[in-house]
Design a protein around this ligand. Structure first.
Ligand SMILES: [Zn+2]
Length: 250
């Protein structure tokens, strides 16, 4: 890697100028995406968060809930990804991190990050805070409910998601397919030839076609609002009281 982060006396990792510029140019959704990647919340990236490690573009967009390809295309345009066209067995381009993309993702995921002073603005800090909160909330919402499935002998849980997990054959001598998709709520397993296919079977719409369980209550539950932290609730109450007072005075 050419853009090695340097450690300051305080142990704070300073980002390179190129990474600082990319961070500056990113949209809130782009920042959210790169943070999630840095925090290892997405599937794939088997080689870790480094150059050449990647994911299928369709999975990236799907897991981040992007409704258009605009967000991820912009990340590529900023030089954070390279794409290689879909092969005959794939239905989506493969997206690989560039060295810069890996640096940006790791910077965003680091507990304390700072960019060079000139390029850090208050606005950016706010975006990062909001992103961190959102990501934390998302993580909490997707927090593992108890898994109903049993891991077949010779397999390991490779990727965990909210509603489905991907199990990979760990023991080459084990009988069965290379991958299984598991419905976490009901324990049904579906055979898959590769990780991409397994991921496809995990999508709720597809999962409900092969899993015999009822998926409606789970979907409803997932949509339930997350409890606000106590401090925040108190603050909101105070603000509301103040507002009421102001109205009463009028
Ligand atoms: Zn199910």
């Amino acid at each position: 890697m050419h853009n090695q982060p340097t450690e300051t006396d305080q142990g704070v990792t300073m980002t390179s100028t190129a990474a600082a510029a990319a961070l500056q140019a990113m949209t809130a959704k782009g920042t959210e995406t790169m943070t999630a990647i840095g925090q290892r919340q997405l599937s794939f990236f088997d080689e870790g968060i480094q150059e050449h490690s990647g994911i299928w573009g369709s999975c990236l967009a799907q897991e981040m809930g992007h409704k258009s390809s605009g967000v991820i295309n912009r990340l590529r345009d900023l030089g954070l990804f390279t794409t290689s066209p879909a092969g005959p067995d794939d239905d989506s381009d493969w997206w690989a991190l560039t060295a810069l993309g890996a640096e940006v993702a790791n910077t965003l995921a680091a507990p304390t990050t700072t960019t060079t002073e000139n390029t850090t603005t208050k606005e950016n800090d706010m975006t990062e805070n909001t992103t961190a909160k959102k990501t934390a909330a998302k993580k909490a919402a997707a927090a593992p409910a108890p898994r109903a499935y049993k891991v077949p002998k010779g397999y390991e849980v490779k990727w965990q998601h909210g509603g489905h997990d991907l199990l990979k054959k760990a023991d080459a001598d084990a009988k069965g397919p290379a991958w299984y998709t598991a419905c976490n709520a009901h324990g049904d397993l579906h055979e898959a030839a590769n990780a991409k296919e397994a991921e496809g079977f995990g999508v709720l719409k597809v999962r409900s076609t092969w899993c015999k369980g009822d998926h409606k209550p789970a979907a409803k539950k997932a949509a339930a609002p997350v409890k606000a932290p106590a401090a925040k609730a108190t603050a909101t109450k105070a603000t509301k009281a103040k507002a009421a007072k102001t109205t009463a005075t009028k």
